[in-house]
Structure formats: structure tokens, C-alpha cells
Design a protein around this ligand. Structure first.
Ligand code: PLP
Length: 357
């Protein structure tokens, strides 16, 4: 197979072993003579996969009692509306830290009053806004812990007087978190824990059943809690691949070990940008920089060389480093499965390019 370094922002690189195991299960699941995508989702085989996946979520994140782990369709984007459907009675507070947060705010407004209590829109979301004065009459506070597009991440924890809800699509399982500080954590799997097609929701059961509105059965978290995410036909392929990805995380030593590796990768690239490069410069405020999505551009003097560098990097096997159109330049996503050698290869490629000028 061609050797590449996959810096895609999502869908993104997954552990090779998880991809291989999934490929095998697609051909023949557990010697059953049938493909993973041909078996009944009510079969013992699939129920075992579903249960194992839930158990791995609980183990890796040390999820306390009183919380449920759900696997749902519709991506993180469906959660933008499913969440307020279930939790927003009159008012909710939101932090506007990027494009995904804006989308979540738009949906929440369909259900009640939305107080945007912090925003970094004034500087094109290049920093994580300070969160203060959380209104006590809000049903919850919604944050996006990692802003995939702008390369900013919330560092440190928030003590919220109201239930804290987080879109963790792009930094879930990248480090240990204290789940007990949250009411709901959700995200699309395709940034760090699996392929597209499944969203994860970790929800504290005590928060449910408080809103007065009727909730359609499929959009009611309680339906999926009662049915262990098997109310309707689940995305079996995506759940299987997610399960294999979590097994790999566990085999690496769990989230402490994963976090240390992620830190090392980010330090390698940010270190080069901060201390060595005269040509490339990071776009995010230093205190808010993401360990998952590293955004950088060329300085004014070299701006016209961006296209050329993209071509050189591509020839060297770097995939997916073109920046999102809202930031420009480059974005290297350094999710869990990207090895340190990938970041080192990118830095080497940048260094070589700089030498030419
Ligand atoms: C990618 C992303 C989403 C959207 O996820 P979908 O599963 O495609 O709906 C939402 N929030 C964040 C932070 C993301 O990175």
C-alpha cells in the first residue's frame, strides 16, 4: 500500500488495525459465513459488539453511574437539535467559539431563548472566549471543546452552576476528562473514534423528562436509553469499527498514554512554528491552541508560496493539509491514530521547503 500521512480533519485517519479488523468482519464475521453488514442487528453477535462498545466507552472515560452511552444516526449535526428538544425548557446558554457552535446556536433558537454568553467572532474565532457569568436560570450551558475549523481548544475545566453540555466531536478520547462535570457529551465519531455514520451521546439520565413539549420517539433520548441504542436498525458497520478503534486506544494504555502522545505531536509542530520557522506561523492564540487541529499560514512575505508548498507536501505523501476556507493556509489534524512520525515528516518537509528561500 502507498505510504501516506493522513492529516484529514474528518473523516480522518483511524488505527490501521481497526481498519483491518473491520475489513475482515466485512468478509466474514466471527466465522459465521456472513458479513457484518448481512447479519441481524438483533443477533447475539451484534448484541455482543454493541455491549462491548458501550463497556469500552465507560471504561476508557471512567463514566460514572447515572450516565448512558448512546450510538445514534444523524451525526453531531442532529444533536444540535435533539439536545434542545430534550433539555431546553425556556432558556439555554451557549458559547460561540466557532462555526459548529454557531450551527448549534441556530438550532437551539428553534426551542427557546438562547443567551450567547461568550464569543470569539471578533477575531475570526482565533481564540477560545473566556466563559464567565453563566446565567443560573439557563437549563444548560453548551460549549464546543475543540473547534475543528479554527484550531482552538478549551484548556482547563469549567465549573458550571447549570448542566454543562459539550460537543466533543473532535477531541473526544484525546485525553482523560471528568465526565461527572457534564450533563451531556456528544459528537460525530468520524474525528477520533470511528468512521462516519454514528454519533455518540453520553447523557446523564437525571436531566431528562423535564421539558413540557412532546418529543418524537426517535428524537427522545429516553427511547434509546431504554433500547440500548437498538430501538431501530443501528449503523452496525460504524459501531463495529468504533469498537475496534476503542480497543486500540485501550491497548495503547488508555487516555493518559494517548494524551501524552498527542501532546508530543502538537509540541513538535507548534515548536517548529514558534521557535524555528520564518515562513510559517500559527493562526490560533497560543493559550487556546488545539492539540487536534493545528492551523498555520505563511507570513505575508511568503504568502504567494502557499500553493507551491501544498504541491511539495502532496508529493511527499502529506494528505489533507490544506486549510479550511474560513482560515486559509494549512491545517494539520493530528488525531489519535496519526503517529508521531507523521508530524515529524511534515516538519521535515516544511524545513526543507524553507531552505529553498
Ligand atoms: C465535524 C463536526 C461536527 C459535525 O459533525 P457531523 O457528524 O458531520 O454532523 C460538529 N461539531 C464539531 C466540533 C465538528 O468537528
Amino acid at each position: 500500500m502507498k505510504q501516506v500521512y493522513n492529516f484529514n480533519a474528518g473523516p480522518c485517519i483511524l488505527p490501521r488495525v481497526a481498519v483491518e479488523k473491520t475489513a475482515q468482519a466485512l468478509l466474514d464475521l466471527n466465522g459465521s459465513g456472513m458479513s457484518l453488514i448481512e447479519i441481524s442487528h438483533r443477533s447475539k453477535d451484534f448484541e455482543a459488539i454493541n455491549s462491548e462498545c458501550i463497556a469500552l466507552w465507560k471504561e476508557l472515560l471512567s463514566i460514572p453511574d447515572g450516565y448512558h452511552v448512546l450510538f445514534l444516526g444523524g451525526g453531531a449535526s442532529l444533536q444540535f437539535c435533539m439536545l434542545p428538544y430534550n433539555l431546553l425548557g425556556a432558556k439555554a446558554a451557549y458559547v460561540e467559539s466557532g462555526s459548529w457552535a454557531k450551527k448549534a446556536i441556530k438550532e437551539a433558537k428553534l426551542f427557546g431563548e438562547v443567551a450567547v454568553i461568550a464569543s470569539s467572532s471578533d477575531k475570526n474565532y482565533s481564540y477560545y472566549p473566556a466563559i464567565a457569568d453563566i446565567p443560573r436560570d439557563a437549563d444548560y450551558l453548551h460549549i464546543t471543546t475543540n473547534n475543528t475549523i479554527y484550531g482552538t481548544e478549551l484548556h482547563g475545566s469549567i465549573d458550571s452552576p447549570v448542566p454543562l453540555v459539550a460537543d466533543m466531536s473532535s477531541d473526544i478520547m484525546s485525553r482523560p476528562i471528568d465526565v461527572s462535570k457534564y450533563g451531556v457529551i456528544y459528537g460525530g465519531a468520524q474525528k477520533n473514534v470511528g468512521p462516519a455514520g454514528v454519533a455518540f451521546v453520553i447523557v446523564k439520565e437525571a436531566l431528562l423528562g423535564k421539558v413540557k413539549r412532546a418529543i418524537p420517539t426517535m428524537l427522545d433520548y429516553r427511547t434509546h436509553i431504554a433500547e440500548k441504542s437498538l430501538f431501530n436498525t443501528p449503523p452496525v458497520f460504524a459501531v463495529y469499527a468504533m469498537c475496534e478503534t476503542l480497543k486500540w486506544i485501550k491497548a495503547q494504555g488508555g487516555l493518559q498514554a494517548i494524551a501524552a502522545l498527542n501532546r508530543k505531536k502538537a509540541d513538535t509542530l507548534y515548536g517548529y512554528l514558534d521557535n524555528e520557522s520564518k515562513m510559517f506561523v500559527g493562526t490560533a492564540d497560543k493559550a487556546s491552541r488545539s492539540l487536534m487541529n493545528i492551523c498555520f499560514v505563511m507570513t505575508e512575505q511568503y504568502k504567494d508560496k502557499e500553493e507551491e508548498f501544498l504541491n511539495v507536501a502532496k508529493a511527499a505523501g502529506m494528505v489533507g493539509i490544506k486549510g479550511h476556507r474560513s482560515v486559509g493556509g494549512f491545517r494539520a489534524s493530528t488525531y489519535n491514530a496519526l503517529p508521531l512520525s507523521g508530524v515529524q515528516a511534515l516538519v521535515e518537509c516544511m524545513r526543507e521547503f524553507e531552505k529553498k528561500f
